[in-house]
Design a binder for this molecule. Structure first.
Ligand SMILES: C[S@@+](CC[C@H](N)C(=O)[O-])C[C@H]1O[C@@H](n2cnc3c(N)ncnc32)[C@H](O)[C@@H]1O
Length: 215
């Protein structure tokens, strides 16, 4: 039987990248630009549940004009991405260890310009829709954090989660745009960056759903 590889020295490895990531995000609520060394007019883009971090690294490199903050509740999943961002010295990419359930404690009103939710856990089998990151209580919190005219970009492989999310977005007063149930064969494919999960689902032939919800 193959042995599970464990990640060693997580605290020491995290410590080496301490300028790159924040373990106590509530300390920077309302102060993220200054905390990361950016001017007050720089847009903040926030990814929630960034996983292994391919998407955030490519987005930050593609958009040097924004401060990109990638949030993940399991820091060990993101460790390699944090180390890569540190080695490559990607200047506008920072990571926070945090849980979306506490998000109102991390970001102040109108602090964030754009939010990315990529392949969020569907909670379908367990039938716990209130845990979905697109449940209306989460959307209401994101709305407070976001500037007027801000948007959430949402991608998923899961039809149930997608249909559920469209209703939740509309019920929370978001306007839907760029809606597709087959992103990789749509007009938006060229600008799309695939996440790790997205590639896995695409390899299985599962169409990717995407929508941009503006407030
Ligand atoms: C299915 S994975 C998708 C990872 C990545 N976005 C991708 O597309 O490859 C979902 C990720 O969201 C994280 N996550 C789930 N619930 C979260 C929450 N409440 N707050 C922060 N991260 C969360 C999980 O730890 C996991 O890394």
């Amino acid at each position: 039987m193959a042995r599970m590889r464990t990640k060693r020295n997580i605290p020491a490895r995290m410590d080496r990248c301490h300028e790159r990531w924040f373990d106590a995000p509530l300390l920077n609520k309302g102060n993220w630009r200054t905390a990361c060394g950016f001017a007050e007019d720089v847009p903040i883009w926030l990814e929630i549940g960034c996983g292994k971090g391919k998407f955030c690294a490519e987005m930050a490199l593609r958009h040097p004009e924004v401060l990109y903050i990638a949030m993940e509740r399991d820091a060990s999943v993101t460790l390699a991405a944090i180390e890569k961002a540190h080695e490559l010295e990607i200047p506008n990419l920072f990571f926070i260890r945090g849980d979306a359930n506490m998000i109102e404690n991390y970001f102040a009103e109108n602090e964030v310009d754009r939010i990315f939710l990529n392949f969020s856990d569907p909670w379908t089998r367990q039938n716990k829709p209130k845990r979905r990151l697109t449940y209306r209580d989460f959307l209401a919190k994101y709305k407070v954090m976001m500037k007027q005219g801000g948007a959430i970009e949402f991608k998923t492989d899961n039809d149930d989660l997608f249909d559920f999310s469209l209703v939740e977005f509309e019920e929370t007063g978001f306007t839907l745009d760029q809606l597709t149930r087959d992103l990789h064969n749509s007009e938006w494919n060229d600008m799309n960056i695939r996440t790790e999960f997205e590639q896995k689902f695409a390899d299985q032939g599962i169409p990717i759903k995407r929508v941009v919800a503006s407030c």
